[in-house]
Design a protein around this ligand. Structure first.
Ligand code: 2BA
Length: 109
């Protein structure tokens, strides 16, 4: 058995979990925060058989989209009276960051 961990944009998460269910996958959505943008995203956990992993990835690929976001860099150390005008930096986020892990043991009690 495998555990697919997909970090996706919050706006894609509900559509993705719905599509996964329609394809017969069970999933869990966890609200998470990206370390770089420090904005909310969603982590979807999908436990599935090895031969279904590619299908799960196809569903994720189909439902998660790349977005352009802007982040303000941290201000430099300023002297008194200096004015700092931040130039937002463009970053591409998603569609999804995916990890596939081996499951050592799976039980439902
Ligand atoms: P964040 O950490 O908030 O990163 C958002 C986006 O900012 C990233 O999109 C990437 O385009 C950019 N970015 C991140 N770190 C950067 C850096 N040190 N320098 C320049 N740009 C940087 P994605 O790569 O699509 O990642 C989306 C989210 O997936 C991340 O949100 C994070 O929550 C997660 N993630 C990505 N790679 C990961 C990893 N290796 N381990 C754990 N989580 C990861």
């Amino acid at each position: 058995m495998k555990l697919v961990i997909a970090i996706v944009h919050s706006d894609d998460a509900d559509q993705l979990t719905l599509a996964l269910r329609e394809h017969g996958f069970r999933s869990t959505k966890v609200s998470t925060t990206g370390g770089f943008l420090r904005e909310g995203n969603a982590t979807i956990l999908i436990g599935t058989e090895e031969d279904k992993v590619d299908e799960a990835l196809a569903v994720i690929r189909h439902n998660c989209h790349t977005r352009t976001e802007y982040v303000n860099p941290l201000p430099p150390v300023m002297e008194p009276g200096e004015l700092y005008m931040p130039n937002p930096v463009e970053v591409q986020v998603g569609g999804a960051t995916i990890f596939v892990l081996e499951v050592a043991r799976y039980e439902k009690l």
